[in-house]
Design a protein around this ligand. Structure first.
Ligand SMILES: [Zn+2]
Length: 62
């Protein structure tokens, strides 16, 4: 019985760790649009859905 509980705890711990890693990864790789809430790749300057500027645009855009 103890083994079953341990294995359940292990599965929960692994799932929780994966969820955490995925969130961290998403946070590092993506930027959430404050306007519509979708995830955009970090290199994007504007939201791919609503065009909201995600980063401060420089005056001299080239
Ligand atoms: Zn947006």
């Amino acid at each position: 019985m103890a083994a079953t509980i341990l294995s359940i705890l292990l599965v929960v711990a692994i799932l929780g760790g994966c969820a955490l890693l995925t969130q961290l990864f998403a946070r590092v790789m993506y930027r959430r649009c404050p306007e519509c809430g979708i995830l955009n790749a970090r290199r994007r300057v504007r939201c791919r859905q609503c065009g909201f500027p995600l980063v401060e645009e420089h005056a001299d855009s080239g």
